[in-house]
Design a protein around this ligand. Structure first.
Ligand code: ZN
Length: 324
């Protein structure tokens, strides 16, 4: 069995104020908060997961909102842009929506590149909405502020900036991705069918400064493993290839291993199961602070140390329908 991921599982980034972060991703981008928990390694900090209605792998952007945090710097050895897929005919709607809420937008459509909008979240994290040529069959989350017809379908791609082209390419090929196109200095890699959510753009820039992973930058990029047995086999395979891979860690909603691609970006391989309904029902996702069993004994202390976070009622489709 050779390692071959099905595509992106999630992207995790660092933010400042948790409320500003939640307000932006729920109201401005129209994602669903599918889990409110803490960083299991630093339980004084939230871990907020945004995605589609179910929090399916490939729809997820997650944050560690540290409150006060030093600003990071985009550069090599880092995922510098996180892109989401939207319907092609929706880019005009998105441009008006983002400008209406005071977000500066730049448009990219050079040569034969895809039409897209690039903008930044309140912490400066670079985001892109891409109108993919193929129809994206993934079901959108309809949250009310962003109508379902325009809503984000899930992740489209990430851009890895590297000063070590050969090293980054070698790692992506180890994960089973293959080169599918090139636009200028950007190489596009794809897993599986090459649909949105399976794409990695490698921006080769040996003159870029090294990135600083802090506020407003991506912490790591996770790829999908279908199940625990496959993840175990892939871990063995990566170790055989000389990669410095962590032990398997229980992240409650998936199991994870971590290693650095040779250009420097931290990568993860996360299992599809058990998913976000492991500890609360679908209709209630994200509303209450969930802790893994090993942190429950210190819940009172953890809750006391976290800033208040108000989750809007429209995060819950049951409530929204009841109020309609
Ligand atoms: Zn992760």
């Amino acid at each position: 069995m050779t390692l071959a991921t099905d595509g992106l599982h999630h992207v995790t980034a660092i933010a400042g104020d948790p409320q500003a972060n939640a307000d932006f991703y729920l109201h401005s981008l129209g994602l669903r908060l599918v889990k409110t928990t803490v960083n299991f390694d630093v339980p004084t900090v939230y871990h907020l997961y945004y995605g589609d209605e179910h929090g399916r792998p490939g729809s997820l952007l997650t944050f560690f909102p540290f409150g006060e945090v030093e600003a990071g710097r985009r550069g090599h050895g880092q995922a510098t842009t996180t892109a989401f897929s939207v319907p092609a005919e929706s880019l005009g709607w998105w441009r008006r929506h983002l400008e209406h809420i005071g977000t500066d937008v730049s448009e990219v459509a050079e040569g034969d590149a895809e039409a897209s909008l690039t903008f930044h979240d309140p912490d400066g994290l670079e985001l892109r909405l891409v109108a993919h040529e193929q129809d994206d069959p993934r079901e959108p989350w309809d949250n009310g502020t962003v109508p379902a017809e325009h809503a984000v379908r899930g992740l489209h791609s990430v851009t890895l900036c590297t000063a070590d082209e050969a090293g980054t390419v070698a790692t992506l090929e180890e994960l089973g991705l293959r080169l599918v196109s090139q636009h200028g200095p950007t190489l596009r890699f794809a897993a599986g069918e090459g649909t949105p959510g399976t794409l990695v753009d490698v921006l080769v820039d040996p003159s870029a400064s090294p990135g600083l992973v802090a506020g407003g930058t991506v912490h790591h990029v996770a790829f999908r493993a279908p199940d625990d047995a496959t993840q175990q086999r892939w871990r063995d395979e990566l170790l055989d290839r000389g990669e410095d891979v962590t032990e398997i860690r229980d992240r409650q909603y998936f199991r994870s291993i971590y290693f650095h691609e040779r250009g420097g970006t931290l990568l993860e391989i996360a299992t599809d199961a058990p998913g976000f309904t492991a500890d609360e029902p679908l209709l209630e996702l994200g509303r209450a602070l969930k802790l893994p069993p090993w942190l429950e004994p210190t819940r009172e202390q953890i809750e006391h140390g976290l800033p208040a976070l108000s989750v809007p009622e429209d995060n819950n489709p049951g409530l929204r329908e009841a109020n309609a």
